[in-house]
Ligand binder design. Structure first.
Ligand SMILES: CC(=O)SCCNC(=O)CCNC(=O)[C@H](O)C(C)(C)COP(=O)(O)OP(=O)(O)OC[C@H]1O[C@@H](n2cnc3c(N)ncnc32)[C@H](O)[C@@H]1OP(=O)(O)O
Ligand SMILES: O=C([O-])CC(=O)C(=O)O
Length: 377
């Protein structure tokens, strides 16, 4: 019988040195180094460079990369104007997709597909995603765009451009850790989409615009915003059990839980849970955190035996909310981090490219003939 790999589950289509995941044991490594060590000891800048070059950088290489990122933070005037002229009340992921597509029009190197050009474009994209997302957020809130500063870290500068004031070192570091945790994750749907586009030897901006579209959906990056919607619907911690039980009885999915690969626990959600708890403690055990705890307990009791546990999107929102980020921007924040993984994966795949072109098992009619329009019922 013909076997169909629905959802391409478990299908190996390439080799990669970037990310290893063992879903049954909850292990995630980048370049062989556990995600917990990256989160504890590294920075988003360092992980981004390590992914782009598939090796840990030296101090001099990292300083050069950091300077390049800082030098490329500003976005062209035309992109700022485009963002200012966007309708209000739009989905920020649509706005990001449009702005990045337009950014490509302003980049003279955009059509170059050599490894060197792809790497140079990647540095600009990593730097400018942050500026674009902060600008979209501010304009949509009726505020002026704030220019980036070159004396702040990547994470610190984002919070500065968003909130109009310098974050504390603790806030900047917390956001940095969130970015590290989201930077790459193997052949997730958006990275695969970026690679599928690049496999036709298309340009870097087209790859990234495709990936933004894939990340947007609620089964992937869009789940983090939906978790916040769910928390607001639950309202109080003692409603959590009934709310989840009702949803499961109606066979509806609970957002922020379940994963194609992790069937035990997602190590990123453990790290984020600890930070969500810290944030909650600071505010005297916030309602949100208690609701999340109760939802996690109910989900694990009810469907944990089917391998359904909190994923990276479950606890991230309460951390973002504490940093002044609104729920509509949780998925763009995911993109702000994942841009590094997308770029690195496209560069890696391009070095050993083969057109991606799977197949579908045909179940349609056979021996049919064309019927003239006038003869159809
Ligand atoms: C960054 C990220 O992309 S992480 C994932 C973010 N997405 C979410 O949080 C959305 C909610 N989760 C889900 O929809 C799923 O768990 C996915 C899509 C992420 C991965 O699941 P898949 O491997 O495709 O499994 P699939 O969706 O086929 O589910 C298998 C079974 O588990 C159930 N299930 C899976 N996830 C959930 C969930 N979140 N809530 C309730 N039931 C679930 C399904 O209903 C299905 O049950 P059935 O066999 O009775 O039909
Ligand atoms: O790997 C996946 O399928 C989804 C995910 O967790 C991610 O992209 O971070």
């Amino acid at each position: 019988m013909t076997q169909i790999a629905k959802g391409l589950e478990g299908v190996l289509f390439t080799e990669s040195k970037l990310t290893f995941i063992n879903g049954s044991e909850g292990i995630l490594t980048h370049l062989g180094i556990p995600i917990q060590e990256w989160a504890e000891k590294s920075t988003f800048e360092e992980l981004s460079l390590a992914l782009l070059d598939t090796e840990l950088p030296t101090a001099a290489e990292l300083a050069k990369f950091d300077a390049e990122l800082k030098a490329n933070r500003a976005i062209p005037r035309e992109v700022e104007d485009l963002i200012r002229n966007m309708p209000r009340g739009i989905n920020p992921m649509q706005a990001l997709r449009t702005a990045v597509s337009y950014l490509g029009l302003t980049d003279k190197e955009s059509e170059e597909v050599t490894p060197e050009a792809r790497r140079a474009i990647s540095i600009r994209l990593i730097a400018q995603f942050s500026t674009i997302i902060a600008a979209i957020n501010r304009v949509q809130e009726g505020q002026d765009i704030i220019a980036p500063r070159a004396d702040l870290t990547h994470a610190g500068n984002y919070l500065y451009m968003l909130n109009g004031k310098e974050p504390t070192p603790e806030q900047a570091r917390l956001f940095d850790i969130a970015l590290i945790l989201h930077a790459d994750h193997g052949m997730n749907a958006s990275t695969f989409t970026a690679i599928a586009t690049s496999s036709t030897i298309s340009d870097m901006y087209s790859c990234i615009v495709s990936a933004i579209g894939a990340l947007k959906g609620p089964l992937h990056g869009g789940a983090n915003e939906q978790v916040m919607v769910m928390l607001d619907e639950v309202g109080t911690p003692d409603n959590a059990v009934d709310y989840i039980t009702d949803k499961l009885n109606r066979k509806e999915k609970i957002m922020g839980v379940g994963h194609r690969v992790y069937k035990n626990f997602d190590p990123r959600s453990r790290v984020l849970r600890d930070y969500a708890a810290l944030v909650a403690d600071k505010e005297g055990k916030s309602n949100y955190y208690q609701i999340l705890e109760n939802i996690e307990k109910t989900v694990v009791d009810r469907i944990g035996d089917r391998g359904i546990y909190p994923n990276v999107d479950f606890y991230s929102g309460t951390v973002y909310a504490d940093l002044g980020i609104k729920k509509e921007y949780f998925t763009p924040i995911f993109a702000l981090a994942r841009i590094s993984g997308w770029c690195a994966s496209v560069i890696e795949y391009s070095q050993n490219n083969r057109l991606l072109r799977p197949d579908a098992y045909y179940i349609g009619k056979s021996n049919a003939h064309y019927v003239d329009l006038k003869d159809r019922q």
